[in-house]
Design a protein around this ligand. Structure first.
Ligand code: SAM
Length: 234
């Protein structure tokens, strides 16, 4: 199968609606990613078919949990995952892709311009700093491979509105991590974690989305400075 066939067959198997333009945009993003990856460390993946399974279809697992009109923050987006494929697949939601590394954000800005995406912006900032002016301003936050949950929740949940949700992508064996974050969930205003299991077509490794619905405001003292979060996680 070509990367294009893998992508369309995978999205169909996941029952995700998409238009031909989305497939075209994702494949152009893949080409830009693999090209830039020759001179910059963006991804361990080098094969276009693996970009489809390990990045695009994996990120697409979040599509059923987002809605049209939502404002979504991707914390620690790196080379744009999961935020950029989601912006392509959910054109009626808007996305802020946030990362602490300027070069990655510069790359994402090039991609956003090249693909003509109008529902997506890339912001260079640390999450704990960005939270200062952006408290409770997103309907949803997403994250993949950024930090342990108890740390990650302090970075993301302050920026989610009450009634919104934080969707953290994790490996299937994350039960200990979820258990050790129970206090953080409660303190930050999202006490009940739901584990949403999924498998990516053509790769079949089970994975989990940890969904934290925010039911109470996050106390004003969070997030703390990053050194403090790391040294004394909730
Ligand atoms: N989410 C992407 C993925 O799944 O491919 C990137 C994962 S990469 C391992 C982790 C990213 O999180 C890095 O690009 C790093 O700069 C970013 N990051 C870590 N801590 C952060 C923070 N406090 N604020 C913003 N970005 C952060």
């Amino acid at each position: 199968m070509t990367d294009c066939e893998l992508l369309t067959a995978g999205l169909e198997r996941m029952h995700i609606k998409f238009c031909p333009q989305a497939v075209d945009q994702l494949l152009r993003f893949s080409a830009l990613l693999l090209d830039k990856n020759k001179v910059m460390n963006l991804t361990a993946v080098t094969d276009p078919c693996e970009v489809v399974t390990r990045h695009f279809l994996d990120c697409a697992a979040l599509v059923p949990y987002l809605q049209a009109g939502q404002r979504v923050l991707d914390v620690g987006t790196g080379a744009g995952f999961p935020g950029l494929p989601l912006a392509i697949l959910c054109p009626e939601a808007s996305f802020v892709l946030l990362d602490a590394q300027r070069k990655r954000i510069d790359f994402l800005r090039e991609v956003i311009t090249a693909l003509g995406l109008t529902n997506c912006t890339a912001v260079h900032a640390r999450a704990e700093d960005f939270a200062g002016d952006n408290r409770a301003s997103f309907d949803a936050a997403t994250s993949r491979a950024v930090a342990m949950l108890r740390v990650l929740c302090e970075l993301a949940l302050p920026m989610v509105k009450v009634g919104g949700a934080f969707l953290a992508m994790k490996a299937v064996d994350c039960m200990d991590e979820v258990g050790s974050a129970a206090n953080a969930f409660t303190v930050l205003g999202a006490p009940a974690a739901e584990l949403l299991r999924y498998t990516v077509p053509f790769d079949e490794i089970p994975r989990v989305i940890v969904r934290l619905r925010k039911t109470a405001e996050t106390p004003a003292q969070y997030p703390r400075r990053f050194k403090r979060i790391q040294a004394d996680p909730l």
